[in-house]
Design a protein around this ligand. Structure first.
Ligand code: AMP
Ligand code: MG
Length: 338
């Protein structure tokens, strides 16, 4: 399949034409990648089973993992969900559009391979002008997981999408780097108290300012346990070479780097502050503050390739604010956590 790649730039008419072309592909049942403020999404018409199945094929994604349906407005959202508790409206007023996915009762409009057969559906209104325009113009709910090959780090540039999916999808709207850099927060709103199922772009602290109490799903705590041993097979966010996550500041980092260097090529990922205190050959500094670190994380995980380095040593970041999402992804990507 030849993939159409639209390189969006500061050209209103060209961009409008590209988005219209992408919307037409979506409406005809094809799969198109598009930018959101979190990561690039791989979209298909959420009301057509056959269209949605093409997402799973292109990504190699396991069928039992439900997809998030994306819509442009609250009005479009109400067309695909059933009744929900009043705190959802409060959260929407505060954080929508934005990197927050609501798990709500499904009204059956979206097909079974979107919801993985559940009675609930994950819905999100993204805050990116291209995504907004695409969803408005196509006027259908768009199921979209991240636009990467399953298991790899999510794509935060059009280039990442192209590298993974060129030839496997109908189109790509390339609008350069996304902003937030980690996926949306997923919040289950089908109980009396909201439950965070996945930490992401909207932090627990932000949510608490609106709804008071909030529960973190115990499964997240489980996933947060340190991986048992090196050499395990990883299914999430995995770079091409093993990643070691190191807690304890630049001194511990330097110690591990020096020990591991012994004839091996080591790649290092750290905050700018830590990087400045380290001595290493292949180093990527992610930025000073956690939001900057989140924005550059997946790019860094994709930069160190097999053949260039044999191991990645990455700093463990504070688990506060968006650091919770960063560390959730890093723990899943890591083969060792020291
Ligand atoms: P991805 O689009 O690959 O970033 O993943 C979507 C995330 O949302 C996954 O963690 C899903 O398990 C979660 N999700 C989507 N729909 C539901 C749902 N109906 N119930 C619970 N989790 C969901
Ligand atoms: Mg994903």
């Amino acid at each position: 399949m030849e993939t159409i790649r639209w390189n969006l730039k500061n050209d209103y008419l060209y961009n409008q034409k590209a988005i219209k072309g992408a919307a037409e592909l979506l409406k005809s049942g094809s799969v198109v990648a598009f930018p959101t403020e979190t990561v690039y999404g791989l979209g298909a018409d959420a009301t057509k089973e056959e269209a949605v199945s093409k997402i799973f094929q292109a990504k190699g994604r396991p069928q039992d993992n439900p997809l998030i349906a994306h819509v442009a407005t609250k009005n479009q959202l109400t067309r695909i969900v059933g009744n929900y508790p009043p705190f959802v409206d409060k959260l929407m007023d505060a954080f929508v559009p934005g990197p927050l996915t609501f798990v709500l009762p499904s009204n059956g409009t979206c097909v079974e391979n979107v919801t993985a057969g559940l009675s609930t559906i994950g819905v999100r209104i993204p805050d990116h002008p291209v995504a907004q325009e695409l969803l408005s113009v196509s006027d259908i709910p768009i199921a979209a997981p991240s636009a990467n090959i399953s298991g790899k780090p999510s794509p935060t540039t059009g280039h990442h999408v192209w590298a993974d999916l060129q030839g496997k999808i109908a189109g790509l709207l390339d609008a350069g780097p996304t902003g937030v850099g980690v996926e949306s927060t997923v919040i289950d709103c089908t109980h009396e108290v909201p439950i965070i199922l996945r930490p992401g772009g909207i932090t627990k602290e932000q949510l608490e300012t609106v709804v008071g109490s909030i529960i973190i799903d115990p499964a997240i705590a489980g996933a947060n346990e340190r991986p048992a041993a090196p050499g395990m097979k990883y299914k999430h966010y995995s770079p091409e070479v093993p990643l070691w996550l190191v807690k304890g500041g630049h001194r511990k980092m330097q110690q591990v780097i020096d020990e591991e260097k012994n004839g091996r090529q080591v790649g290092v990922i750290a905050s700018t502050e830590t990087a400045q205190a380290l001595e290493a050959d292949n180093m990527i500094s992610l930025g000073w503050e956690l939001p900057e670190i989140a924005a550059h994380l997946y790019e860094a995980l994709r930069t160190f390739k097999e053949g260039d380095v044999e191991i990645i040593i990455c700093e463990a970041f504070p688990e506060e604010g968006i650091g919770q999402a960063i560390m959730n992804r890093l723990k899943k990507a890591a083969s060792v956590y020291l």
